[in-house]
Design a binder for this molecule. Structure first.
Ligand code: FES
Length: 189
């Protein structure tokens, strides 16, 4: 390949990356737009608002579905996982993972001090270049090859614990600081 051809390919690659990132930015705006109606499912007390925290009522999330909320300008996903999704997440040999973490390590204890694996709480930002992964049940190809989330920007696949399994993303989806403030309500932030 001549230098000219090589450089042309390089420019095309850059252009393509830009297009993907731009598409991701649109996806992020779209996710925000989807997230806003769900804000009605949250109560935002004045004190928590000041601290940049949000409260999310888990009882409103049906098994097998997820809600998106906005926290400090970022989407937060809460998925109410099915027993099959939990079993899949727990069965993985963590030593084989690019960013090793057990399913339990990605959960916070509830008011009784126990982990409730049904609810997975994550920042919905791909750890590659920051697109918003998709992961809605019932949408074609939305769950990726590992049944969790799929980032269409450059093809990162996350499993049902939000751990990176395939693609260029270097790390698992981030677990934000959160705690249970009642049996069914969590405070993020
Ligand atoms: S931003 Fe590149 S794979 Fe998600």
């Amino acid at each position: 390949m001549s230098d000219t051809e090589h450089s042309h390919d390089h420019v095309d690659e850059e252009k393509r990356d830009f297009i993907y990132i731009a598409a991701g930015a649109v996806a992020a705006v779209g996710a925000g737009a989807i997230g806003w109606p769900l804000v009605s499912q949250m109560s935002m007390a004045a004190d928590t608002k000041a601290a940049g925290s949000i409260e999310i009522d888990l009882s409103n999330i049906d098994e097998g579905s997820q809600v998106k909320s906005l926290w400090r300008g970022k989407p937060v996903f809460v998925r109410h996982r099915t027993p099959a999704e939990i079993a899949e997440a727990e069965a993985v040999d963590v030593a084989t993972l690019p960013d090793p973490a057990t399913d339990n390590e990605r959960l916070m204890p509830n008011k009784e001090g126990k982990l409730d694996p049904r609810y997975l709480v994550m920042v919905g930002v791909c750890t590659h270049f920051g697109c918003v992964p998709i992961g809605e049940q019932g949408k074609v190809d939305a769950l990726g090859e590992y049944g969790g989330w799929y980032c269409p920007c450059h093809g990162s696949h996350y499993d049902t614990a939000g751990r990176i399994r395939k693609g260029p993303a270097p790390e698992n989806l981030v677990i934000p600081p959160y705690e249970y403030v009642s049996d069914t309500v969590i405070k993020v932030g």
